[in-house]
Design a protein around this ligand. Structure first.
Ligand code: ADP
Length: 233
């Protein structure tokens, strides 16, 4: 079964705006998918429905066998345990160290310290930040802070890693570094990655599947590679 199945999905906000219309898409386990489109086209809305930050107005959204649209609020935590999320703004806790920021979510679900430690160290190793474990967020560069966020998102081995404009605040070199880390996570642990981005250069370079959203509609679904090349065909 596919990790994600979206069928005839609509999202109409209370103000009457149709943010997503008649959306149909399947994403397999282990895929790396870019979501692109102009600002306001519906990228965030689509992504938010995957982790049940927004509920579809109609249609189906299945993630890891969970019918997200019908999931009760009291069961949302079950879905969230399967998903890691990285945002544009880092949302790190300023008074906690890098280690503590990454450990925090595992403590919150009641995991024992003994079990937490190797997971946190491995996650920090995966993003190349093991030597910064004792630093505080304000002692790190923007790129490093985003790497901490990635470590925090992958620490519990999620099936799905959702990244909403993760390089939006970063310089091109640092953005490339972040995407290379995401690609490595995808390859090494088979984590499915969905990344919304405005960064055409990254999309061009990576040659992954690309979903182009236009005005709430899934306008193109390029199986592999560069949307520019496809568009000029
Ligand atoms: P993108 O991520 O591509 O910039 P969004 O999904 O944020 O697009 O927005 C899609 C459309 O839905 C826009 O017209 C936006 O104004 C509208 N929208 C987004 N969030 C809300 C909300 N909470 N309430 C009402 N309208 C919203």
């Amino acid at each position: 079964m596919n990790l994600i199945e979206v069928k005839n999905c609509y999202k109409v906000y209370n103000n009457g705006v149709t943010a997503v219309a008649d959306f149909n898409v399947s994403i397999e386990r282990g895929e790396f998918v870019f979501v692109i489109g102009a600002s306001g086209s519906g990228k965030s809305t689509f992504i938010k429905m995957l982790y049940r930050e927004e509920r579809p107005t109609s249609g189906r959204v299945d993630v890891g066998g969970i019918n997200v649209a019908r999931l009760r609020n009291s069961k949302v935590y079950k879905l969230r345990r399967k998903i890691g999320i990285v945002f544009q703004d880092f949302k790190l806790l300023p008074k906690l160290t890098v280690y503590e920021n990454v450990a925090f979510a595992l403590e919150a679900i009641g995991m024992h310290t003994k079990e937490i430690r190797p997971k946190v160290i491995k996650a920090l190793e995966n993003v190349g930040l093991k030597d910064k474990a004792r630093s505080f967020p304000n002692q790190l560069s923007g790129g490093e802070q985003q790497r901490v966020c990635i470590a925090r998102a992958i620490v519990n081995n999620p099936k799905l890693l959702i990244c909403d404009e993760p390089t939006g605040n970063l310089d091109p070199d640092i953005s490339n570094e972040i995407v290379n880390i995401l690609e490595k996570i995808n390859k090494d642990s088979g984590t499915t990655i969905i990344m919304a981005t405005h960064d055409r250069e990254i999309v061009e370079r990576m040659k992954k599947r690309v979903l182009l959203i236009d005005n709430g509609v899934l306008a193109k679904d390029y199986a592999k590679g560069s949307y520019k090349v496809h568009e000029s065909n």
